[in-house]
Design a protein around this ligand. Structure first.
Ligand SMILES: Cc1cc2nc3c(=O)[nH]c(=O)nc-3n(C[C@H](O)[C@H](O)[C@H](O)COP(=O)(O)OP(=O)(O)OC[C@H]3O[C@@H](n4cnc5c(N)ncnc54)[C@H](O)[C@@H]3O)c2cc1C
Length: 414
């Protein structure tokens, strides 16, 4: 459909229909705005559909004081949870230098506080969303466990938990025997766990589909197979030019294209530096699976019961824009999980997947305004689901002239 033009100045155009774009469209529609979502998908590699399905309020950012001492090992060891294969790339080098700065304790603590504010708002809004969408959305407030097997893991968890308790997030400590009493799936090597009481779990693909259906039932429009190549100002606001030549206009625009946002962001006056961070999952059928979703601390692996299956997810690989699924990474995920959950031995994966997280160097998302009439929300790294509803609220409040909290200034694009 070449060069068809349509405009509607009252409309808000949302570019990207992952979890951030969908929650933004849903929030804006509920608050009375006309929304049109343009999404390049359906895309199996979209991380919003294949993530670990954990809503983890208070979770710290990736860059932390614990990372630099292990950095060299991570760059060279393919089995490391954070793997950075060396490659000649100036953007990667600049990103790594900024990442290094974000690991300084003062920056880490400040960023953790900002994420805590945003995730707290998000968590409250997930309760409202659950009420609105009902059980079909698969939002379950079962809590999340942080589980370790070494003394070093325990010390790291203690320090983080102390911070989270200070910031008001509910936590409960369990030693290994107590954890196994409550949930016999956990093996004898597990030394202890912290239960984060306000954690939730979901099936992320189902959640996206249910929000999508809700937006449509509220009169919002969602179009798939629409890759936006250019955005530009026009007399009534903004227009988007798609790869098939069609042009769609709107009064306002929100860019939520995940890790693919960078070039479009420049067209709205915003510079965002992100690295695609590849993560994997495998789904396994397991008799006697754990009842609670958990993060296995040392290998940084998430395990989440989803329907009759268990999702084992993790690894963060900075190897650029590619969707090569490396079977060795899957084997490594399974081996790491088996140490904590001996029942996994012999279980065959029924589905394998990889996708790209949009990672900023600071670990903070970028949420705020570009040129007049344009907003951006991206860079949510490994917390896009956890922070989605709060992100949508910040965008909607700002667009509708409501006050936004001071801490949100830290998330503004520069
Ligand atoms: C293995 C793994 C586990 C994870 N686990 C968790 C977890 O447990 N909890 C959590 O909170 N987060 C988790 N995450 C992170 C989370 O999945 C991401 O932060 C989140 O999905 C990002 O959402 P998004 O909407 O910003 O981007 P995306 O999901 O990437 O969506 C962007 C959308 O924009 C579309 N698009 C791109 N370019 C264009 C264009 N030019 N025109 C139109 N459309 C376009 C894409 O097709 C896509 O649909 C995990 C990620 C991975 C990989």
């Amino acid at each position: 459909m070449p060069h068809v033009r349509s405009t509607a100045t009252e409309r808000v155009l949302i570019i990207g229909g992952g979890i951030v774009g969908l929650t933004t469209a849903h929030t804006l529609r509920r608050r009375g705005l006309d929304v049109l979502v343009l999404d390049a998908g359906p895309d199996r590699i979209c991380p919003s559909r294949g993530n670990a399905g954990q809503i983890a309020p208070g979770h710290p950012p990736i860059p932390s004081p614990a990372v630099p001492p292990k950095a060299l090992h991570m760059m060279l060891d393919r089995r490391s949870p954070l793997y950075i294969p060396p490659r000649p790339s100036l953007p990667l080098l600049l990103w790594l230098l900024a990442f290094r700065r974000a690991c300084e304790r003062s920056r880490y603590e400040r960023n953790m506080e900002v994420l805590a504010h945003l995730s707290r708002i998000s968590r409250e809004l997930f309760d409202e969303l659950e009420e609105e969408l009902g059980p079909a959305a698969t939002l379950e407030a079962t809590g999340l466990a942080d589980i370790w097997r070494t003394e070093a893991g325990e010390l790291e968890a203690e320090a983080e938990t102390e911070w989270m308790s200070r910031l008001g997030f509910p936590t409960e400590y369990l030693d290994g025997p107590e954890l196994r009493r409550r949930d016999p799936a956990w093996g004898p090597e597990v030394r202890g766990a912290v239960i984060h009481g306000d954690g939730m779990r979901i099936d992320p693909a189902i959640l996206c589909d249910v929000i999508r259906a809700k937006i449509s039932s509220l009169g919002g429009l969602i179009r798939t197979g629409c890759r936006v190549e250019t955005i530009r100002r026009c007399s009534g606001g903004w227009e988007a030019v798609m790869s098939h030549g069609e042009i769609v206009g709107a009064g306002r625009l929100v860019l939520t294209a995940g890790v693919w946002s960078e070039s479009l962001a420049r067209m709205m006056g915003v510079s965002v530096a992100m690295q695609p961070a590849k993560g994997y999952h495998c789904m396994i059928r397991l008799a006697g699976a754990p009842t609670i979703a958990a993060v296995l601390r040392e290998p940084k692996v998430g395990v989440t019961p989803m329907g009759s299956l268990l999702r084992v997810a993790g690894t963060l690989e900075l190897s650029g824009f590619n969707h090569r699924l490396d079977p060795a990474r899957i084997r490594q995920l399974m081996a790491a999980a088996r140490v904590f959950l001996p029942g996994i031995r012999g279980a065959e994966p029924v589905d394998l997947w990889c996708g790209l997280r949009p990672c900023t160097a600071s670990g903070l998302p970028v949420i705020g305004r570009g040129l007049e009439g344009a907003w951006i929300a991206t860079g949510h790294g490994m917390m896009g689901v956890t922070l989605a509803t709060g992100t949508a609220k910040l965008i909607a409040d700002d667009m509708l002239g409501e006050p936004v909290p001071d801490w949100a200034g830290m998330l503004q694009p520069r």
